[in-house]
Ligand binder design. Structure first.
Ligand SMILES: Cc1cc2nc3c(=O)[nH]c(=O)nc-3n(C[C@H](O)[C@H](O)[C@H](O)COP(=O)(O)OP(=O)(O)OC[C@H]3O[C@@H](n4cnc5c(N)ncnc54)[C@H](O)[C@@H]3O)c2cc1C
Length: 388
C-alpha cells in the first residue's frame, strides 16, 4: 500500500504525547495523520498507575518546573501553554472528571485509564485526525534540510511537518523500543545516554526477596523510586549503602516509650507482634533476627539492650543496593533527544525544518506523581500548537 496523500502534520506514535500533538494540530484546522505501530493506541497509558492513570499533579507552575530537574527550564513554555489545569479542563470537556489524591496526584474520578484514552481518541476524531494503526515508521524523508514525510512498513507518507512522539525505552512490549532515537540521530540530532529513571533495585540482603509484594515505605514506595535516578547514576561507582528510617517523624526516645508501652500491654505475646505498629508484619521477624532476637520470644522478656537494638533498626535499617533492574522495567527513561537542539518555544528541531519532538523521547523525566504524563501532554500540545 503506497500512500501519496500529503498532510500538514504526521505524528509518529500514538501515546499521550502523540495523541495530544495530533489533537491540538487538528483542532487548529490542520490535516493530520497519526501513525502507530501497534494495533491500538495508548498501550502504556493504559498501564499508568496500574490502570488508574495518574494524569498530572496539582503543583503550581514553579513546582512543576522544578520537578523535572535540569529539564524543567526547557519545559517552561510547554507548561505555560498547556498546564495541569488546562489538561484537566480538556479532559472534563470529554466527560472525564478528575480528582486529587495524596501529594497533589490527579486521577480520573472513574479511576480508569481507558477513560483518559477515550477522551484523547475523541479529541482527535473531532478534528478528523486520520489514525493509522499497524503503521511502523522506519525512516524520515527529507529534502534540503526540511522534513517531507516518513517511510513506513506500508510505504511512504508525505507531510509538511512530522512530530516524533515515540516514547522511551521502557516496557518495550508497549511499542516504546527507542525508534525515535534512531529517527532523530539519522537527522544529526545528539542523543543523551539513556538509562532507567524510576526503577527498582536489587539488594545484597537476600531477606528482601522474601518480602516481595509487601509495600515498605522506603524500599518500594515513591521515596526510593523518586531518588532512583540519582542512585542509578551512582551505581557504576560501586554498591550503595542506604539506611531506612521507618519513623522519621519520631525521635528514638519517643519510639522507646511507645515500644515500652506495647511491651507492657502485650507482655505475654511474641515480641514480633509488638513491632507491627512500626514496620510491616512480614518485616518484623526479619528485623528481630537481625538483632539476634528470637521473634517468638515473649515481649516481657525483652531486655533494655535488646530494645535499643530494635530501635536502631527501626530508625536506620541498613540495605546494600547492588544493581538496578533493567531499563525495560523502568517507569520512565532518562536521557534522549538533546534539549539544546530543540526549540523550547515550539518543540521544533533546530537542525531540520518541520521536525518536532514531544514526550519521553526528549531528554526529560520527572518523579512519580503525574509529572511524566504532564510533560508528554504539554510538549505534545505545544508541538501541535506550533506547526505552520
Ligand atoms: C508501568 C508504568 C506506569 C506509569 N504510570 C504513570 C503515571 O501514573 N503517571 C505518569 O505521569 N507517568 C506514568 N508512567 C510514565 C508514562 O506512561 C510515560 O512517560 C508516557 O507514556 C510517555 O508518553 P509518550 O507519548 O512520550 O510515549 P509512549 O506512551 O511510550 O508512546 C509512544 C508510542 O509510540 C509508538 N511508536 C514507537 N515507535 C514507533 C514507530 N517507529 N512507528 C510508529 N509508532 C511508534 C509506540 O508503539 C507507542 O504507542 C508510567 C509508565 C509505566 C511504564
Amino acid at each position: 500500500m503506497i500512500m501519496i496523500d500529503s498532510y500538514d502534520l504526521i505524528v509518529i506514535g500514538g501515546g499521550p504525547a502523540g495523541m495530544m500533538a495530533a489533537g491540538r494540530a487538528a483542532e487548529r484546522g490542520k490535516k493530520v495523520a497519526l501513525l502507530e505501530r501497534n494495533d491500538r493506541l495508548g498501550k502504556k497509558l493504559l498501564m499508568c498507575a496500574t490502570g488508574r492513570c495518574n494524569v498530572t499533579n496539582t503543583a503550581p507552575l514553579q513546582g512543576l518546573i522544578s520537578a523535572y530537574g535540569k529539564g524543567g527550564h526547557f519545559l517552561r513554555t510547554a507548561l505555560e501553554t498547556f498546564d495541569n489545569e488546562k489538561l484537566r479542563s480538556l479532559l472534563l470537556s470529554y466527560d472525564v472528571e478528575t480528582i486529587v489524591e495524596h501529594k497533589g496526584r490527579v486521577f480520573p474520578k472513574s479511576q480508569r485509564a481507558d477513560s483518559v484514552l477515550k477522551a484523547l481518541e475523541t479529541y482527535m476524531r473531532d478534528g478528523q485526525v486520520e489514525i493509522l494503526t499497524n503503521m511502523h515508521v522506519l525512516r524520515l524523508i527529507s529534502e534540503n534540510n526540511h522534513v517531507r514525510g516518513v517511510e513506513t512498513n506500508h510505504g511512504n507518507i508525505f507531510g509538511q511537518n512530522v512530530v516524533i512522539a515515540t516514547g522511551g525505552l521502557s516496557y518495550p512490549s508497549t511499542g516504546s523500543t527507542g525508534d525515535g532515537y534512531k529517527l532523530a540521530s539519522g537527522t544529526g540530532h545528539s542523543i543523551c545516554p539513556t538509562y532507567p529513571a524510576i526503577i527498582a533495585f536489587e539488594t545484597e540482603e537476600t531477606w528482601v526477596k522474601s518480602l516481595q509484594g509487601t509495600p515498605i515505605k522506603g524500599i518500594s514506595g515513591p521515596a526510593i523510586l523518586d531518588i532512583s535516578k540519582r542512585l542509578v547514576e551512582c551505581l557504576p561507582n560501586g554498591s550503595i549503602q542506604i539506611h531506612i528510617d521507618f519513623k522519621p517523624n519520631r525521635s528514638t526516645e519517643e519510639l522507646d516509650s511507645i515500644l515500652l508501652n506495647q511491651i507492657k500491654r502485650q507482655g505475654s505475646k511474641a515480641v514480633k507482634s509488638c513491632l507491627t505498629i512500626f514496620v510491616p508484619e512480614k518485616l518484623a521477624p526479619v528485623l528481630l533476627i537481625m538483632c539476634n532476637i528470637e521473634p517468638h520470644k515473649k515481649s516481657s522478656q525483652i531486655t533494655t539492650p535488646e530494645r535499643r537494638k530494635i530501635l536502631k533498626q527501626i530508625k536506620g535499617l541498613h540495605l546494600t543496593l547492588v544493581r538496578h533492574r533493567p531499563i525495560e522495567e523502568a517507569i520512565v527513561t532518562a536521557g534522549g533527544v538533546s534539549l539544546g537542539e530543540v526549540d523550547a518555544k515550539t518543540m521544533e528541531s533546530k537542525l531540520m525544518k518541520g521536525l518536532y519532538f514531544a514526550g519521553e523521547v526528549l531528554n526529560i523525566d520527572g518523579p512519580t506523581g503525574g509529572f511524566n504524563l504532564q510533560a508528554a501532554f504539554s510538549t505534545g500540545y505545544l508541538a501541535g500548537n506550533s506547526i505552520e
